[in-house]
Design a binder for this molecule. Structure first.
Ligand code: GH3
Ligand code: MG
Ligand code: MG
Ligand code: MG
Ligand code: MG
Length: 313
């Protein structure tokens, strides 16, 4: 199956442009201390179309894990200093927010070892020596499971944008990232203007279409690393990693102007829709998510008061 065909099966109700991770390249993190094994597995996975990051010890593996947010982690059971089970535990403790499947590999044939692996949270356990084709299929199977779970748990049904659960998890991760590297990020709260009028004039179904169009428009225009979340009815959050308030304002200005030029048609009439936005830069780790959301909301309120179709910091 091509990636596209897989997507059709995994997320059948969603438009192409708002598909989940499936469309992006899959990233696999491989933690293995045996260099020849590492090389063989890496090239087998790459031949299967996956992107592979490698680490030869636990510490490096964990660092790459936080930096790159892989879609699947393959961990050798025995590693120098800190072994694979510890890596597994660390990953699960510090990042159990997102579902990231973990495949353990080991030369240890004993049942006890396998059971320990599964009990520690491994999603699969493959005993060496193993068949490379089967190894690749088992890793791919885990990636499919991840897509299914992410689709079901983290996406808004109507628009295909991320949902609020995703927002909370991702903001937590961004704040954690801030504590590690001091890189700020920006939250933009977006709210469609006079949306009640759209429903009242053209009907709820047309309103729904406007919401979908809004999401596909923003998703097309934003950076790939930005996230669009449906926060509530006609309220959205745009999460801009690695950006300052001024960058956020620039981005949103461009979106405002682009979206206001989109033309909608219903019952032989055409109309356009605008939105307003409030932007806040997250520059500390001592405040909770709600604190930053409140500031973004206050700025949004100012934009509404100032006449709508505007962004305020
Ligand atoms: P403002 O510019 O102040 O934001 O005005 P507004 O009319 O957009 O704000 P208000 O909060 O008064 O109304 C929001 C409307 O959004 C009312 C609600 O019915 C509509 N809405 C919320 N969720 C959905 C949805 O899923 N589909 C449709 N069609 N409408 C929705
Ligand atoms: Mg080893
Ligand atoms: Mg309102
Ligand atoms: Mg509104
Ligand atoms: Mg609103």
């Amino acid at each position: 199956l091509s990636n596209e065909q897989q997507n059709d099966i995994l997320c059948p109700s969603l438009d192409k442009e708002i598909l989940f991770e499936g469309e992006k390249d899959k990233l696999v993190l491989l933690i293995e201390d045996d260099i020849s094994m590492l090389t063989v597995l890496k090239s087998a996975l790459e031949e299967a179309g996956l992107m592979v990051l490698v680490a030869m010890d636990a510490e490096k593996g964990i660092n790459i894990f936080y930096d790159q947010k892989p879609d699947c982690v393959i961990i050798d059971y025995y590693l120098p200093e800190q072994d694979g089970l510890d890596v597994l535990t660390t990953i699960q403790e510090k990042a159990n927010t997102f579902f990231i499947p973990i495949v353990m590999i080991s030369g240890d044939q004993s049942k006890k070892t396998r059971i320990k692996g599964f009990e520690s949270g491994a999603d699969d356990f493959i005993v060496k020596p193993f068949d490379l084709d089967e190894f690749v299929v088992r890793v791919k199977r885990q990636l499919q499971r991840k897509d299914l779970i992410d689709c079901a748990v983290l996406l808004d049904e109507l628009t295909g944008a991320y949902n609020r659960k995703f927002l909370n998890l991702e903001i937590e991760r961004e704040i954690y990232e801030y504590t590690r590297s001091n890189v700020s990020f920006t939250i933009a709260m977006l709210d469609l203007d006079h949306f009640k009028n759209v429903n009242d004039t053209y009907g709820h179904a047309v309103g729904d279409e406007v919401l979908k169009k809004f999401v596909s428009f923003i998703n097309e225009q934003k950076r790939q690393s930005d996230y669009l979340i449906r926060y509530g009815g006609e309220e959205f959050v745009l999460l801009l990693p690695r950006s300052k308030a001024k960058d956020g304002e620039q981005v949103v200005k461009r979106l405002l102007s682009g979206f206001s030029k989109e033309v909608f048609n219903s019952h032989g009439r055409s109309f356009s829709v605008t939105f307003s936005a409030g932007v806040v830069e997250v520059e500390g780790h001592d405040k909770c998510v709600n604190h930053w959301m409140k500031l973004a909301d206050d700025a949004l309120y100012e934009a509404k008061r100032a006449g709508r179709n505007k962004v305020m910091i």
